[in-house]
Write a protein that binds this ligand. Structure first.
Ligand code: NAD
Length: 487
C-alpha cells in the first residue's frame, strides 16, 4: 500500500518546462472521495497563468523546432513517455485511486495500461503521417501536407483522469502540436505526475503544459484565449455547447466528446450469462461514471424476468467499499454533490412511476465518503427523465421490448449517440441492428471495449470528431494543398 504522502508528484502548475505556483498564489483542495477528506491543495490557475502557458506553447509552435522534429525522434520521445508511465505505473494507479475513489484493481488493470497503450500506439505514427499527390487538371504537381494545428487546449473530466488526458495528449504530440492541458478540478493529480514524466522524458519546454483549476476560471480562460488554435474537450454536453459558442468568436477548431445515454439490448436468443455480465459491467463499471455507460437496458419480453433477476443478483453481489481493498469492485462516487445528483435522479424516476428494485441507498457499510449502491429501476417508458437524461452514476433503467423494430426505435429515441450494445446469437440480426443504431460505437456480444487503434466518438449530442485510432490524427492536423506549375 502506497501512502498518499509517499507518491512523488509535484503540486504546482507546469508551464514552459517549470513547476510553478499560480501568479496569485491561490490554491484549491483535492479530496479523497472515499473518505471525504482533503488530501492536498494545488494551484488555481487564473487568466494570467493560462496566458503564460499559452504563450509558452505559442513560442514553441512558432519557432517551428517542435513541429519539424525528425519523426523518428518524435517516436522515440513518445516511447520514452510510455516507458516512464510503465515504470511509474504502481504510483500512478495509487494516485488515481486517491483522486477518484475508484477501485485500485481497476486503476491498475485498466486506467494505467490503457494510458500506456495509447502513448505506444501514437508513438508509431509520426513517421507514417503523410499527404497525397493529387491528380489535378493541367501541368501541375499538386500535393497535400499534414501540418500541426498549433496550440491545443485540452480539457478533460474526472472519471478516467489520466487516460482521458492520454487520449488527447498522445495524438497531439505525435502530430507536432503544443498542448495546454486542464484536468478536472476534482482530479488534477495524475496530470501533474504526467508533467513530471514529460520533463524526465525530455519533452522540450513549452510543448506540454498543465494548468489546474475549475471550469469557469481556468477552463474558460483557455477557451477564450485568442492564441489557442484548437480546443479538444471531453465532458458534459452543456459545457460542450458553451465551448462551441465561445470558440466561434475566433473560429477555433473544436472537437467534443460529450455525454451519453447508451442503449444496451438483450435479444431473447442471447447467451444470457454473458449478456448479464456485459450489462453489469456496462452500467456499474467505474460506478457508472462512464460516458458510454449502457444505462438504458432493453430486454426482449420472453427473457425479461430472468435477465432482471440475474441483474439484481449481480448488483447485490458487487463488493462496495475501501477502494484499496483487493476484493472491492465498486468504489466511491466522485463527490457529495454528484452523489446528491444521482439520488435526485432516482427520486425523479420514482415520482414519474419507476420502481427501485435494487440499491437506491447509501450503502450502510460506507458511512464516510460518497458511496451509492448499484441501483436498478424498472417500470415506465423510454420518455421518462431517467431514460432520457444522463445520470452518470450507477443507475440502470431496465425496460422490456417486443420486436426488433420496436427496440431500434426505442434505442435511437435519445438526443445522445455515443455507444450501444446488443446481445444475440443471430449474426444477420446483430449486423442489421448495428447498422440501424445511431451511435459512434456498437458492441455485439460485448461492451465497454476500447483500444487505442479503434476510433471512438459520438453521433448527435454526444459530440463530433473521432478520438483514438488513425482518425484522431485528423483532429490535430491541418491539411495544406501545394500547387506547383510544371510549365
Ligand atoms: P463537465 O463538463 O462538468 O467538466 C469537464 C471538464 O470541463 C472539467 O475539466 C471542467 O473543469 C471543465 N469545464 C467546466 N465548465 C467549463 C467551462 N465553462 N469552460 C471550459 N471548461 C469547463 O463534466 P464532468 O462532470 O467533469 O464529466 C462528466 C461528463 O463528461 C459526462 O457528461 C460524461 O458523459 C462526459 N464524458 C464524455 C466522454 C466521452 O468520451 N464522450 C468521456 C468521459 C466523460
Amino acid at each position: 500500500m502506497q501512502r498518499f504522502e509517499e507518491i512523488p508528484f509535484p503540486k504546482q502548475l507546469f508551464i514552459d518546462g517549470q513547476f510553478v505556483d499560480s501568479a496569485g498564489g491561490e490554491t484549491f483542495p483535492v479530496v479523497y472521495p472515499a473518505s471525504g477528506e482533503e488530501i492536498c491543495r494545488v494551484p488555481l490557475a487564473r487568466d494570467e497563468d493560462v496566458d503564460r502557458a499559452v504563450r509558452a506553447a505559442r513560442r514553441v509552435v512558432d519557432d517551428g523546432r517542435w513541429a519539424r522534429l525528425n519523426p523518428h525522434d518524435r517516436e522515440r520521445l513518445l516511447h520514452r513517455i510510455a516507458d516512464l508511465i510503465e515504470t511509474h505505473a504502481e504510483a500512478l494507479a495509487f494516485l488515481e485511486t486517491y483522486d477518484t475513489g475508484k477501485p485500485l484493481r481497476e486503476t491498475k488493470m485498466v486506467d494505467i495500461p490503457l494510458t500506456i497503450q495509447c502513448f505506444r500506439y501514437y508513438a508509431g505514427w509520426p513517421s507514417k503521417i503523410k499527404g497525397d499527390t493529387i491528380p489535378v487538371r493541367g501541368q501541375f504537381l499538386t500535393y497535400t501536407l499534414r501540418e500541426p494545428v498549433g496550440v491545443v487546449g485540452q480539457i478533460v473530466p474526472w472519471n478516467f483522469p489520466l487516460y482521458m488526458a492520454a487520449i488527447k495528449v498522445a495524438p497531439a504530440l505525435a502530430t507536432g502540436n503544443a498542448v495546454v492541458l486542464k484536468p478536472a478540478e476534482e482530479t488534477p493529480l495524475s496530470a501533474l505526475y504526467l508533467a513530471r514524466l514529460m520533463a524526465e522524458a525530455g519533452v522540450p519546454e513549452g510543448v506540454f503544459n498543465v494548468v489546474t483549476g475549475d471550469g469557469e476560471t481556468t477552463g474558460a480562460a483557455l477557451v477564450r484565449h485568442p492564441d489557442v488554435d484548437k480546443i479538444a474537450f471531453t465532458g458534459s454536453t452543456s459545457v460542450g455547447q458553451q465551448i462551441m459558442r465561445q470558440a466561434a468568436s475566433h473560429i477555433k477548431r473544436v472537437s467534443l466528446e460529450l455525454g451519453g445515454k447508451s442503449p444496451h439490448i438483450v435479444f431473447a436468443d442471447a447467451d444470457l450469462s454473458a449478456a448479464v455480465k456485459g450489462i453489469v459491467s456496462g452500467i456499474f463499471y467505474n460506478q457508472g461514471e462512464v460516458c458510454l455507460a449502457g444505462s438504458r437496458i432493453f430486454v426482449q419480453k420472453p427473457v425479461y424476468e430472468e435477465v432482471l433477476e440475474r441483474l439484481r443478483d449481480a448488483a447485490r453481489n458487487m463488493k462496495i467499499g475501501d477502494p484499496f481493498a483487493e476484493e472491492t469492485t465498486f468504489g466511491s462516487l466522485i463527490s457529495e454533490e454528484h452523489r446528491q445528483r444521482v439520488e435526485r435522479y432516482v427520486g425523479v424516476g420514482v415520482e414519474e412511476g419507476a420502481e427501485v428494485v435494487e440499491g437506491g441507498r447509501i450503502p450502510p457499510n460506507c458511512p464516510k465518503g460518497y458511496f451509492y449502491e448499484p441501483t436498478i429501476l424498472v417500470g415506465g417508458h423510454n420518455r421518462m427523465t431517467v431514460a432520457q437524461e444522463e445520470i452518470f452514476g450507477p443507475v440502470a433503467f431496465v425496460l422490456p421490448f417486443d420486436t426488433v423494430e420496436d427496440v431500434i426505435g426505442l434505442a435511437n429515441d435519445t438526443k445522445y449517440g455515443l455507444a450501444a450494445g446488443l446481445w444475440t446469437k443471430n449474426v444477420s440480426l446483430a449486423h442489421n441492428v448495428a447498422r440501424a443504431l445511431k451511435a459512434g460505437t456498437v458492441w455485439i456480444n460485448a461492451y465497454n471495449l476500447l483500444d487505442a487503434a479503434a476510433p471512438f466518438g459520438g453521433y448527435k449530442m454526444s459530440g463530433f470528431g473521432r478520438e483514438l485510432g488513425e482518425e484522431a490524427l485528423d483532429l490535430y492536423t491541418e491539411c495544406k494543398t501545394v500547387w506547383t506549375s510544371l510549365r
